[in-house]
Write a protein that binds this ligand. Sequence first.
Ligand SMILES: O=C(O)C1=C[C@@H](OP(=O)(O)O)[C@@H](O)[C@H](O)C1
Ligand SMILES: C=C(OP(=O)(O)O)C(=O)O
Length: 416
Amino acid sequence: MTSTRTVRPVGRELDAEVWPPGSKSITNRALLCAALASGVSTLRGALFADDTRAMMGAVEALGATVEPDEPGRTVVVHGGGRPAPGAVVDARQSGTTARFLLPAAAIFGSRTVVDGSAQLQARPFGPVFDALRQAGAKVEELGESGFLPAAVSGPLPGGPVHVSGHVSSQFLSGLLMAGPLTRDGLEVSLTSELVSVPYVEMTRDVMAAFGVRVDDLTVRPATYRPCAYDVEPDASAASYFLGAAAVAGGRVTVRGLGSDSLQGDVRFADVLEQMGATVTRTADSLTVTSSGALHGVDVDMADISDTAQTLAAVAVFADSPTRVRGIGFIRRKETDRIHAVVTELRRAGLQAVEDEDGFTIHPGPPRPTAFHTYGDHRMAMSLALLGLRAPGIEILDPDCVAKTYPGYFADLEALS
Ligand SMILES: O=C(O)C1=C[C@@H](OP(=O)(O)O)[C@@H](O)[C@H](O)C1
Ligand SMILES: C=C(OP(=O)(O)O)C(=O)O
């Protein structure tokens, strides 16, 4: 039988402070840069979840030694090793792990196989395969063309490469991180408009912390320097708690995420502000205060698409419809997120419309519903917000949150 989790409405206004777990995206970049640096790096405040365990395993396959200390939220990485012949990487469900690992594995002279869960095998990889071939690597597509599993063999001479930007920014980030260790460096050009732009900025920032500079989209041959790195709390995870203040009313402060965060998803707070919530930003915190009275918005979320489902949940309680645009590419994430969120809100009796590049949510009272989650952690975490205000909300397969936030439901309950 599928497990379920019931979310109980909060009986009064929220007044809470949270420190979400470390950023998945920063943890996975820092793990890879640390593995490519000769010497010992320490990541403090790292995320411990399925996606980052996948990256820890992946960098071990590349020859790094990883010492995780989960209670201390610290990972020590001994970098600078080489993959053993016949190395195999299991990226599990993690897009970042697989898409960052393929270029990194191609640096070395040996053959590395990269595979993942059935869910990851259904997601696109063609752009990184093409780019790696342009840079001189051998790529074997071991399953369906354009998908995992694949084997890469280097070394990687580098030079000019073209890659698309409209499917995922992760292809570009992966190439940039491998760039310094290619023979000639990499000069990347985009063949289509880039989505999820702030993640590429984040890539540059993490690379810079490990001593490597990216000029525009060009990386010259260079060496990564080991370092002590402090990982920020996860801004996508924070969106659920900020959304909770908007839905239930009251105040929620997220600590550790400030105005100069590396993560674009902190801008989810701007959307809540547009809806009528009050947002207070300091150097190391974000606070949302709301009376629960919200207005619908029309927003392009191409830069912050991991928070689109959070907004869909919040939009249910506004006084006018919300239209989200610019996110057609989220149909190729853990599930078709546009279709999934619209299907589930309709299951709750709400009017929700699927558009090619987004969705429109009409507000209304959700009826008691057991929500399907499609193996997508963000479906589970977002739809749970409805239960903070509406009775009878259940989340099916709640454990799918383990991909990025194993303790999510405990932290959500602790809000009230
Ligand atoms: O680079 C990253 O860390 C990520 C980039 C985004 O993916 P896309 O670039 O595929 O949109 C985001 O959705 C994902 O959760 C993490
Ligand atoms: C899309 C996501 O992850 P990834 O692409 O890294 O699997 C996500 O965390 O929402």
